[in-house]
Design a protein around this ligand. Sequence first.
Ligand SMILES: CC(C)[C@H](C(=O)O)[C@@H](O)C(=O)O
Ligand code: SF4
Length: 474
Amino acid sequence: MGRTLAEKVWDDHVVRRAEGEPDLLFIDLHLLHEVTSPQAFDGLRKSGRKVRRLDLTIATEDHNTPTLDIDKPIADPVSRVQLETLRKNAAEFGVRLHPLGDVEQGVVHVVGPQLGLTQPGMTVVCGDSHTSTHGAFGGLAFGIGTSQVEHVLATQTLPMARPKTMAITVNGELPDGVTAKDLILAIIARIGTGGGQGYVLEYRGPAIEKLSMEARMTICNMSIEAGARAGMIAPDQTTFDYLEGRPHAPKGEDWDAAVAYWKTLRTDDDAEFDAEVVIEAAELSPFVTWGTNPGQGAPLSADVPDPASYEDASERLAAEKALEYMGLEAGQPLRSIKVDTVFVGSCTNGRIEDLRAAADLLKGRKVADGVRMLVVPGSARVGLQAVSEGLDVVFKEAGAEWRHAGCSMCLGMNPDQLAPGERSASTSNRNFEGRQGKGGRTHLVSPQVAAATAVLGHLASPADLSDAPAPAGV
Ligand SMILES: CC(C)[C@H](C(=O)O)[C@@H](O)C(=O)O
Ligand code: SF4
């Protein structure tokens, strides 16, 4: 019987297999950041070990980094300690680190792909749940805990139980104005935040094949929000074109050999998945969340759901609680929800294509009075690219704040936070209670919806902008 893409990559990395035990996998790339690495390095230090494969290990600073005044000492004491600890550990163990201010600094899941470190067929791990992002290149990418980080640092291997496989087949083509973010939010709403539990998801089908690498990363990034172990997409010409010429991509003959291998990384026609979900792309429209988990979402054209409409008692209770926290009424049109803040950024939607999409809509328009908009590139490189295209000027002229790279307002580990009761439209991936600051209320949206929302002051799609008052100064 044929094998799925996940099974092929898995089998190529098993260094030890024994009955009744998890497989021991070789790890091709280990990414580190300041939040989940300190105890792992402490563990190494205590046991007198070294980092086994420095050539496969790379660190960057992202969660605790400020996005303003980055040349000044870090004001927040917790963040300062966190970053200084990573710097000390990297220096002591000889790990390559891209710190704040470095041109390759940025959110770890933006940095790996852009350097060409993330490649098809690889096993990639990081002490971070959104490591699933890297599966967009056709590898197995897992978020791991701090004790596993220590294990990988010490041995470059990881014991893992073989996951089940689920195909998410997306037929047709995404309609105009419908993005990868809308698609993944719709998938999570459909299968639920636990729907992917125990599975590696393989996104496939015509609608997926047409997507850019940035869009594929957005989708794989949020696999974890469906509870999945990982998400992946078979590599194809789009993948190879993205990788070719990047600093760590193979060169010359090695490139040709790599591409020949990568082309074998497709699910065989006679392979069987443990589960399959089929989505018709043509039925999708811009999608937003109304609740406090990424599965509590609906088309923007819908109303806030009535908790009473849920048959399942726990879903009903979750919806009731969510509406209370979010300060929303059942039946209220989603488009009527006013926001205070708009955040464009994160490892979900902080890539150049996302910034271009938001800038396209903001050009010649203004952010609504009373709305604060933050645009935060996913990495310093994305920031430079955006500046070279003049996007920063577009954002600033529209009244948005243009910041330095980092996780920023995706989560409240740095100064970019919502105040209690404040409401955001955010291109990030989690809308949990307090995620963007204590008492903050988050609606997950695409960059396009974020930009339209910033202009109109309420949740809106680009199509709504044609009804907007004439842009000032145009
Ligand atoms: C801080 C880190 C461990 C965490 C994660 O694992 O994902 C963060 O990146 C997040 O997005 O919540
Ligand atoms: S941008 Fe957000 S989701 Fe991504 S790693 Fe940072 S905190 Fe986690």
